[in-house]
Design a protein around this ligand. Structure first.
Ligand code: 13P
Ligand code: SF4
Length: 345
């Protein structure tokens, strides 16, 4: 009898904790609930995923444990392609907000969960929709190509979405006589101008992680490691891309390391990628590119690292927080995403 009394009391306490966490979810971005130390997140996440027919999609920049438990780990193009074809009932997106939002636009009827709604993106934030709409109005004849790292509002103002994997192909698919606006990344844009020879109008946005690398320290490391190769994500600055042996998306970088004959690589992108790179290429020496400011962990994307195993467990358990997109906005944004998927087949 006493045992039942304790049980009910405990249950009531849990209920109120959960209700409180639900009430605070907008402000916090996630369910802020204590979990007993005994909870085995790996075991519980696997159980919940099976029970709920959920799929966990993770980006290469997620923490190692999240990448290890995910059903699928990929770059932003592969993740969008996977989200477009999954038959799971629930998509749990271990990535940042624009990625989960893209998955929701592709699956308006499905529940799309994001462990922390505040996992944003400095690049997406650098393109406010009202300013971009005005810029577009000033250049009415231009075709708008936007990087997937944008909000649904920007995608709705876009003709074709692209990622760093397919950007060159997408720009090349546009008739030569059509002028192009490219948004929001100025570095990827400048890189594409060089690669395609197209004179595009660039939005002045950037990623704080990829602009944090120190060219001087990278060149010093390069000199200290004869035979090494510098490889970089195209969101990095032009002076770095100029000295890189290979420039490509996260999946491009992974493939390059696997196939290159070189032994040592200086890797200029978010450090989370080293987990998969080490798994794929255990015989290679991988050196994360140093950043300008030694006092910060600037080569870690603060937003990507907001997701944790605990938040992943809680969001799968309680199916919160989920990403919502206004249905009208979603329909408009879907057009530019579908054009990208069609051109990427
Ligand atoms: P990828 O498309 O190469 O995965 O890059 C995504 C991203 O956010 C890079 O900062
Ligand atoms: Fe955005 Fe940069 Fe983080 Fe990629 S690394 S999600 S572009 S802030």
């Amino acid at each position: 009898m006493f045992g039942i009394f304790i049980g009910l009391n405990q249950e009531r306490k849990i209920m109120t904790t959960l209700q409180l966490a639900k009430r605070n979810i907008k402000e916090k971005g996630f369910l802020d609930i204590e979990t007993p130390k005994s909870v085995d997140f790996v075991k519980e996440i696997k159980k919940l995923r099976k029970k709920k027919n959920a799929i966990i999609l993770a980006h290469y920049y997620q923490e190692d444990a999240i990448q290890d438990i995910a059903d699928f780990v990929g770059d932003s193009l592969a993740l969008a392609q996977k989200a477009a074809t999954t038959d799971a009932d629930i998509i749990v997106f271990a990535g940042v907000h624009f990625m989960a939002e893209t998955a929701k636009i592709l699956n308006p009827k499905k529940k799309v969960l994001l462990p922390d709604l505040k996992a944003g993106c400095s690049l997406a934030d650098s393109c406010p929709p009202a300013d971009f709409e005005a810029f577009k109005k000033e250049n009415p004849n231009h075709i708008v190509v936007s990087y997937v790292n944008t909000s649904a509002e920007i995608k709705a103002l876009t003709d074709i979405v692209c990622t760093s994997s397919n950007a060159e192909k997408i720009i090349n698919s546009i008739p030569k006589d059509r002028p192009i606006i490219f948004a929001p990344d100025r570095n990827l844009g400048a890189w594409l101008i060089k690669k395609t020879g197209r004179d595009m109008l660039l939005w002045d946005g950037a990623c704080m992680v990829h602009e944090a690398f120190s060219i001087d320290k990278i060149l010093k490391l390069y000199a200290e490691n004869p035979g090494s190769e510098i490889i970089a994500h195209p969101e990095s600055e032009a002076h770095l891309l100029k000295v890189a042996k290979y420039v490509g998306s996260t999946s491009g970088l992974l493939n390059y390391v696997k196939t290159s004959k070189a032994k040592t690589f200086i890797v200029a992108t978010e450090v989370g990628i080293l987990h998969k790179m080490r798994q794929d290429s255990p015989d290679k020496i991988l050196i994360p590119a140093p950043v300008e400011d030694d006092s910060c962990n600037c080569s870690e994307c603060f937003y990507m690292k907001m997701n944790t195993m605990k938040k992943l467990y809680l969001c799968l358990k309680h199916e919160l927080p989920h990403v919502e997109v206004d249905p009208e906005l979603s329909k408009k944004a879907l057009v530019s995403i579908e054009r990208m998927l069609e051109l990427s087949k």
